[in-house]
Design a protein around this ligand. Structure first.
Ligand code: SF4
Length: 330
């Protein structure tokens, strides 16, 4: 591949120094005003990193504030019941994250006297903390010189270098560019650049602080097959009376969201009856069209009448929350 512009890796140590300085300067002046950008507390950094996995920033902002209000410290989280943690996570999806977060808080309190381990290596021994999260906490909260690689950083690096790199090569390239004096801000700057400037479809190269050291300036797109989503139709019954709603609890052994509450599913459509509500809902690789019918449960239906005032404290599936919201019940 012919490189028309400078490449930060091949341009030598001076170029790398300028690159790091420009990136850091840009980040400190332009970072979005997000609650976790104001913090170096490991508990808060960890919480934001876990919430941000597979979830949009706008959704996380709201949940993050609510979660910290209820569990302002690691100790409070560790002493909470799992059902309360899941209730607060309800609607954010990927509930395994919440369970792992809760378990890890208990391990830190029990085995580390409530103090977070401060190296990426030690952090990775905690439940649910992988290579990325460990590096993010270690660098941002403890100033440890370890680089992070997430989807945004991967895209930025590939464009900077003008080639597709993956696996270990990505991590070692990120390490080679890391600002050793300011690893936390550097890592956040790389992620912020990917999230706000080096965008997946149309990078804003004219606004990029490191375009002078970029091999492609957006001309080379990373290949990647767009994910194919399957479509499904699904029907639910919404039954409410006297301030209560009829819900069912998912079994303990189901693979997805065990123990969560949802509306009873209707297996067969009733001909010629129009749904009260139709909405779209996406879970991982499936797009659902959801029809909701207002009807009373049959006398032998499995399920429980739950008072609306109790709904906020229950772990509800994201879809149940959406429907109950539309019905004005929460
Ligand atoms: S925004 Fe453009 S110039 Fe900056 S790193 Fe991305 S592709 Fe390169």
């Amino acid at each position: 591949m012919t490189l028309e512009h400078g490449n930060v890796m091949t341009a030598g140590p001076d170029a790398r120094r300028h690159f790091k300085r420009s990136l850091l300067h840009w980040y400190r002046r332009n970072r979005r005003d997000l609650p976790w950008h104001r913090d170096q507390d490991p508990y808060r950094i960890w919480l934001s990193e876990v919430m941000l996995q597979q979830t949009r920033v706008a959704a996380v902002t709201e949940y993050y504030g609510r979660f910290l209000k209820k569990f302002p410290s690691l100790e409070k989280l560790a002493s909470a019941r799992e059902v309360s943690v899941l209730a607060l996570w309800s609607g954010l999806g990927y509930y395994r994250r919440a369970r792992m977060l809760h378990q890890a808080a208990r391990v830190v309190v029990r085995e580390h006297a409530g103090k977070f381990p401060n190296t990426a290596e030690q952090l990775r021994h905690l439940p649910g903390i992988g290579r990325y999260t460990a590096a993010a906490i270690a660098s941002i909260a403890f100033n440890q010189p370890v680089a992070v690689v997430d989807g945004n950083v991967e895209r930025v690096l590939q464009r900077l270098f003008g080639q597709i790199i993956d696996g270990e090569e990505l991590w070692s390239s990120a390490e080679a560019l890391l600002n050793q004096q300011h690893p936390g801000d550097h890592n956040q700057a790389m992620m912020e650049l990917g999230a706000t400037v080096c965008l997946p479809r149309q990078p804003l190269c004219l606004r990029c602080p490191v375009s002078a050291w970029c091999a492609t300036r957006g001309e080379v797109q990373s290949p990647g097959t767009p994910s194919r989503k399957t479509k499904r139709e699904i029907r639910y019954a919404l039954s409410s009376r006297n301030g209560s709603v009829f819900l069912v609890k998912r079994g303990k052994n189901v693979s997805l969201m065990p123990g969560f509450w949802e509306l009873p599913e209707i297996s067969v459509a009733t001909p010629r009856v129009k749904p009260w509500l139709t909405l779209r809902h996406s879970i991982t690789v499936t797009n659902y069209t959801v029809d909701v019918f207002r009807r009373q449960p049959s006398t032998n239906a499995d399920g429980t009448w739950v008072r609306s005032s109790r709904l906020a404290a229950l772990p509800l599936t994201g879809l149940a929350r959406k429907i109950l919201n539309a019905a004005g019940l929460i």
